[in-house]
Write a protein that binds this ligand. Structure first.
Ligand SMILES: [Zn+2]
Length: 126
């Protein structure tokens, strides 16, 4: 569930299981304590149906005694997937290496097709 600090508008992605009615949370940015209600979703359409069901906000603060607030983690501070980052770097480097290898392997054909390349190859000592 996505919740938003009513004090500073920081947004958090919190698993539903971590929230219970009446339970308070603490904003990691401004240390404000509050009992979260679902943040309004981004507007999917310019017009909203007047018959759309409304979340029973009041029900969230009824019943159980609030437990001790726990600091939250900012949603946008979630750690990036390091494995995918490394793979992306490797793929990028392989692509650049392949392009350079192609420029070298077919240098004569390329210089013939595009004469300015011949100057580049001469400058590189080929
Ligand atoms: Zn806050």
């Amino acid at each position: 569930m996505r919740i938003e600090c009513p004090h500073c508008a920081a947004a958090y992605d919190v698993p539903d299981s971590a929230l219970s009615p009446g339970r308070e949370v603490r904003c990691a940015r401004c240390a404000h304590d509050w009992a979260p209600v679902p943040a309004p979703p981004p507007p999917p359409a310019p017009r909203r149906s007047a018959t759309a069901p409304v979340q029973p906000v009041a029900a969230l603060s009824v019943g159980q005694a609030p437990s001790r607030p726990e600091p939250l983690k900012l949603a946008r501070e979630a750690a990036p997937d390091r494995g995918n980052l490394v793979l992306a770097w490797i793929a990028s480097l392989l692509l650049v290496a392949a392009a350079l290898a192609g420029l070298w392997v077919w240098r004569e054909a390329l210089a013939e097709a595009w004469p300015p390349l011949a100057w580049l190859y001469r400058a590189l000592g080929a």
